[in-house]
Design a binder for this molecule. Structure first.
Ligand SMILES: [Zn+2]
Length: 714
């Protein structure tokens, strides 16, 4: 495999790539790659030169990326490439298999479904030599039975077996029609997959055309991401690491940004001709030869066996060595070479009888647990990560392992495993799992894993909820803050319009907001330092923040993000206690009396308000004028405005528009900005606007301010 990390085309200045893409984008009405009439209009010598350049460059790519044996220097390649680019620009013609088409660009069409010409099989599997021998015996019996019935046919007694790697990647099928690559699809359900042609085209070793210029072919292969590329990718993206190479491939091929394919060094190994309109094969090895003749990449490891015991020895010797490969292998595939025997053996409802996957057990190693790190996530949950003595597993050096949660440590018998040897399993995932101790763990205090008492990020006292440890400080704990602000501002909570996730993250990142209360001290100048914030947008957001100071109590309680307190619990708490102070002072026992509040919720609420960090921010919120409105008195039956859609027009003398809105919402009414046929009531203040006329036209009942106040109960 070529180890080049940048790819030859990347030597072009990016401006050139951009113009190339534009050039070949049919949506722009520019010449398309399939415009053969444009080709015909060219002077024959120009077209011939372009054809020659495309063929030369494609051959050089093949030598470089598939064979790993370049025959020209990079300078020579670039010179020819530039000549081709210039000709394409000048003539407006791009030959369909021009290497300039491999540069890629944004994907506009998505990933539509694509039907395979023949269904793709999945393989039955075995996990031991004994199971494999059973499979082989079944094959021999089936062949013997056929031979007995058809003595006239010359059928071998024993099959030839081909042994290949079982790649842990993503199966893809490429279609070539009359020599040109016309489709590339994922396996999907085996019948219909997703079209990923645009991303597959960018893979350096994939040829846009093949030497066989007639007929239709479907070639099946496995797209893979090298483990070295995976390790590098995860180093560069610590915030969003890939779980394993398989996910890395799937994410690259289904990516709207085709450059990911290059970054992740995606490649494809082909191993099957799934459909051929004009060719038949007698042997699997013949197929592999054909694939190679078509310049497709075939993995060099494929061995032919006639002695089954020899094959078993090979598999067993290979299994422990697979960790040394730079690609993820989760087993071997054994296929019968003779196509005639495949026909005789046929298939079951699910699997072909002529092939079997021999799956390897997950890789297991032993290393020392040297420490446990505790991190607070965005949700406030504190997760332990094991720090290990570095150990090579499956081609990567492992330094960390997940421990999931506190309960997991206890359940796996790791409570006294600190500084001791542990068993580690890696099954294709980058972050391995600790299975349990690899030595005795007598309860010595020096080996005890001690969960922290305080939040490692903010110092708040941690709480335990079932298997989880969490930080209750939703108002100023740094890792939780951005997410909490988004929650606080959400429509069902304080309804601060214009406070997006991106904005919240920037506010926290730049230190403009260190607690939820800081939202209320933001100034226009602060917001203008953020990207995309102009005066209008900044003022709108500030007004929305200001308006959120008076919201119904239930919304405020929900907005605080108290662990285990959702909208419904917030609503019953507000109903029961009426004021924020009453909720805050409620004892564990008093809380238990509230319908729907059990011990877990009551404990969450009590410990929340007990936390000094929380108290501090709540005091600050009150100081800044955040004063939740008392919940409306519970009346007999629903309030007449509950569930009604209400619009306000004109100025109210007793309260602001926002306040009126909040009071209405506390009653369960929907407040909208414009009158429609669905409006139930229009509240009319002084100097009403055009809404009044519209409401009259629709015959919508009106309420004066006095009537509205009466309905509110004074
Ligand atoms: Zn914290």
């Amino acid at each position: 495999m070529a180890s080049d990390t940048t790819g030859r085309w990347d030597v072009l200045p990016s401006g050139k790539q951009g113009s190339l893409f534009e050039f070949s984008n049919p949506a722009e009405g520019k010449p398309s790659t399939r415009d053969s009439s444009a080709e015909r209009a060219l002077p024959p010598e120009v077209l011939a030169r372009m054809r020659e350049l495309v063929e030369l460059l494609n051959r050089y790519n093949y030598e470089y990326y598939t064979l790993g044996e370049p025959s020209v220097s990079d300078e020579e390649y670039d010179r020819l490439y530039d000549e081709l680019v210039a000709l394409e620009k000048e003539t407006g013609v791009i030959l369909p298999d021009s290497p300039t088409q491999k540069v890629g660009g944004p994907i506009l069409e998505g990933f539509p479904p694509h039907r395979h010409k023949n269904p793709l099989w999945s393989l039955d599997k075995v996990t031991s030599a004994a199971e494999f021998r059973d499979w082989y015996d079944r094959v021999l019996r089936a062949i013997a039975a056929y031979r007995a019935e058809h003595p006239e046919e010359d059928i071998p007694e024993r099959p030839t077996l081909v042994l290949e790697y079982k790649f842990d990647g993503l199966t893809v099928v490429l279609t070539y029609e009359d020599g040109l690559l016309t489709a590339a699809a994922t396996r999907g359900d085996g019948t219909v997959g997703e079209m990923v042609l645009e991303t597959v085209k960018v893979i350096p070793s994939v040829p846009l055309s093949i030497p066989e210029k007639e007929g239709t072919f479907e070639f099946q292969g496995e797209a893979i991401m090298p483990l070295s590329a995976l390790a590098r990718y995860n180093e560069e993206h610590p915030e969003k690491p890939l779980k394993n190479a398989r996910n890395g491939v799937a994410g690259a091929l289904r990516n709207y940004d085709t450059t990911e394919v290059r970054k992740r060094q995606i490649d494809i190994y082909f191993y099957h001709v799934n459909y051929a309109s004009r060719r038949t094969f007698r042997r699997h090895t013949e197929m592999l030869d054909f694939l190679q003749a078509m310049r497709l990449k075939v993995h060099p490891y494929h061995k032919v066996f006639t002695d089954v015991e020899e094959l078993i020895r090979e598999v067993e010797a290979f299994a422990p060595k697979r960790a040394e490969l730079d690609i993820d292998i989760d087993g071997m595939v054994i296929k019968i070479d003779e196509i005639r025997l495949r026909e005789i053996l046929g298939t079951t409802a699910k699997y072909p009888r002529w092939a079997i996957a021999w799956k390897f057990p997950a890789l297991e190693v032993v290393t020392r647990l040297v420490g446990v790190e505790w991190r607070v996530g965005r949700t406030g949950v504190v997760t332990p990560t094991a720090v290990l003595e570095p150990v090579p597993v499956g081609g990567v050096i492992v330094r960390h392992a997940t421990l999931n949660n506190v309960e997991d440590i206890e359940r796996k018998g790791l409570t006294f495993a600190l500084g001791r040897k542990v068993r580690l399993k890696r099954s294709g995932d980058v972050i391995p799992m600790i299975l349990g101790p690899a030595e005795d763990t007598p309860p010595d205090e020096e080996h005890r894993i001690r969960p922290p008492e305080r939040c490692p990020a903010c110092g708040a006292l941690l709480e335990r909820d079932g298997p989880f440890l969490y930080c209750p400080n939703t108002l100023s704990c740094p890792p939780q803050l951005a997410r909490q602000i988004v929650h606080y501002a959400s429509r069902e909570a304080m309804d601060i319009e214009g406070l997006s996730e991106k904005t919240a993250e920037l506010l926290v990142e730049r230190g403009l907001v260190r607690t939820v209360a800081d939202l209320y001290t933001l100034r226009e100048e602060d917001l203008l330092t953020l990207p995309l914030f102009k005066e209008r947008k900044a003022r709108k957001l500030l007004a929305a923040i200001e308006a959120s100071k008076r919201r119904p109590l239930s919304r405020f309680l929900y907005a605080l993000g108290i662990h285990n307190v959702g909208r419904e619990t917030a609503r019953v708490l507000a109903k029961r206690f009426r004021t924020f102070d009453a909720v805050r002072r409620a004892t564990f026992e008093e809380l238990l009396e509230v319908p729907g509040v059990g011990e877990v919720i009551a404990e969450s609420i009590v410990s929340y308000f007990r936390e000094p960090h929380v108290q501090e921010v709540l005091a600050r919120l009150a100081e800044l004028g955040v004063e939740p409105l008392p919940e409306a008195e519970e009346t007999h039956g629903p309030h007449p405005l509950a569930g009604k859609t209400v619009v306000i027009t004109g100025t109210l003398s007793s309260m602001t528009r926002e306040e009126a809105k909040a009071r209405l919402e506390a009653l369960g009414a929907h407040v909208t900005d414009s009158v429609s046929r669905k409006t139930d009531y229009l509240i009319v203040g002084a100097n009403p606007g055009s809404k009044l006329a519209k409401a009259e036209a629709y015959g919508i009942p009106r309420l004066t301010e006095a009537e509205f106040l009466a309905l509110l109960g004074g």
